[in-house]
Structure formats: structure tokens, C-alpha cells
Design a protein. Structure first.
Length: 277
């Protein structure tokens, strides 16, 4: 017996006109629309005069709600899964439900549409041939810097999402940990107040200034110009530079360099001791 179909429907990231005819048809034909926030989804549905039964699955409720959705699919009911904006499951809830549906052998169909990261990248002016999506960085400064340090040797263009509250701290951390690079900060993508700020990280930090920043933000950062050749690196000097640049104690810097280089901590520790002799 076949089950209902789980449709992953990409919705506009701002401008309500950015939706496909196929997405509108699916939203109007399914038995249920599963969404993060009924208030947000109703704005879209009402705009296109679509009447649908809504189910919520946001945040901590996603795992529990997955069972309810599976029961509907098992009863041959079709469900359209949407997030507040963009493709569900990409830095948004939805991936747990998709995995559960696949595990139970149910049909999953993706309806393509806008994705903020790719749209921002296309208009950033930075290399688009090869890129990597990182999504949101950790909220805590130490964890954020550690993640950025791990990306410092990445050669591909990097896509990040960030909140208005943390954007200034994140940009400063990027410059501190990754060095001066070209970047683009995009806010309110496809909306009335859409804004691109392009240039070096220092230029962008100066442009943003001390004023308040609003709206959803995408940060595009160019990849590293050179891949680190650890066999040619002066390890003790590098550890010292990491300490100074990131404000870490020596042991924390040593652990970070071990993580980045793949070299054993014991070997790095002995090397750092020799440098003091």
C-alpha cells in the first residue's frame, strides 16, 4: 500500500511573488500544510487565497510532531512541509521529519524555490564556482572563534547566516580569526529594504557602525587564498600568533592548532617547550 506524499515546499524569503506555480498548486491540493508558525504561513496562503488545514512542527516540537505527521501520511493524506521562509530543513526545522518519512519508506518530493544563501551568493560579487554553506555560527564567542578558526583554511566561498544582535561581534571575530578578506553582508533579501554591503571586512564593519541592524542577514566571505602547508609552518610561532590574535591561553591555543593541523597535541606541546629553551 502506498502512503501519502510529503512535499517539501520552498516559500518566499521576503517578496511573496517569489513562489512557483507548482508550489501554489501543491499548497492548494494537499490535505495539510505543516508549518513553523501558522501566523507567518497564513500571510502567504491568504495572499494567494489558498485555504488549507495547518499543523505546526516548530523547534522542540518537531520530533514529537513527526509521529503525528507520519500517521497522516500512513492514512494516505498528503502533506506540504514549509518553513517560515526558504527551503524547509536548511537552517530551519524539517530535517527530522524528512528523515523519519524516508526511514518509513514514504515518498518525499521537493518543490524547488528560493534559498537565501544561494541568492545572496549570486549577487555578492564573490567567487561562485565553489562554495560551502555553514549556516548559523555558535552564539558563544569562544565556540564561534573556534568554528571560524576551523574554516580559516577553507578555499571555497563561505555562506553564513547571522542574527541582527550578533552580526557586529561576528564580523569582528571573522576579521580577528580569519584575517582581512572580501565579504558581503546582505539583509532583508528580496524585501523593500534589501541592502548589500560589499567590501573588506573592515569596510563592512565601518559601514555598519554603531547603529542598530535589523532584518535577517546573510554573510558571504571569500575563501582563503592559500592552503596552510603545516610541514613548513613554524609551529611555536604559529601557536603564539593564535594566542595573541584570539586572546587565548597557551594550552587553549595549542589545542586549537592541533585541531586545525591534525598534528598530535603531545608533539605540539614538546615543540612549544623547545622554543622556550
Amino acid at each position: 500500500m502506498t502512503s501519502g506524499i510529503l512535499y517539501l515546499v520552498a516559500t518566499p524569503i521576503g517578496n511573496l511573488e517569489d513562489i512557483t506555480l507548482r508550489a501554489l498548486r501543491v499548497l492548494s491540493e494537499v490535505d495539510f500544510v505543516a508549518c513553523e508558525d501558522t501566523r507567518q504561513t497564513r500571510i502567504l496562503l491568504q495572499h494567494y487565497n489558498i485555504k488549507a488545514k495547518l499543523l505546526t512542527y516548530y523547534g522542540a516540537r518537531e520530533k514529537a510532531k513527526a509521529r503525528e505527521l507520519m500517521s497522516h501520511l500512513s492514512a494516505h493524506r498528503d502533506i506540504a512541509l514549509v518553513s517560515d521562509a526558504g527551503m524547509p530543513g536548511i537552517s530551519d526545522p524539517g530535517s527530522i521529519i524528512v528523515r523519519e518519512a524516508i526511514r518509513e519508506g514514504m515518498k518525499v518530493v521537493a518543490i524547488p524555490g528560493p534559498s537565501a544563501g544561494v541568492v545572496a551568493l549570486a549577487a555578492s560579487g564573490l567567487p561562485t564556482e565553489r562554495f560551502v554553506f555553514e549556516g548559523f555560527l555558535p552564539r558563544k564567542e569562544t565556540e564561534r572563534k573556534k568554528r571560524l578558526a576551523g574554516l580559516s583554511g577553507e578555499r571555497r566561498t563561505i555562506i553564513f547566516y547571522e542574527s541582527p544582535k550578533r552580526i557586529k561581534d561576528t564580523l569582528h571575530d571573522m576579521r580577528t580569526v580569519m584575517g582581512e578578506r572580501r565579504a558581503a553582508v546582505v539583509r532583508e533579501l528580496t524585501k523593500v529594504h534589501e541592502e548589500f554591503v560589499r567590501g573588506t571586512l573592515s569596510h563592512i564593519i565601518g559601514k555598519i557602525g554603531e547603529g542598530g541592524v535589523r532584518g535577517e542577514i546573510v554573510v558571504i566571505v571569500e575563501g582563503s587564498k592559500e592552503e596552510i602547508d603545516w610541514e613548513r609552518v613554524d609551529i611555536p610561532a604559529y601557536i603564539g600568533a593564535v594566542q595573541e590574535r584570539m586572546g587565548l591561553d597557551r594550552m587553549s591555543a595549542l589545542k586549537l592548532v592541533a585541531h586545525l593541523s591534525g598534528l598530535p597535541k603531545s608533539a605540539l606541546y614538546k615543540s612549544s617547550l623547545k622554543s622556550k629553551v
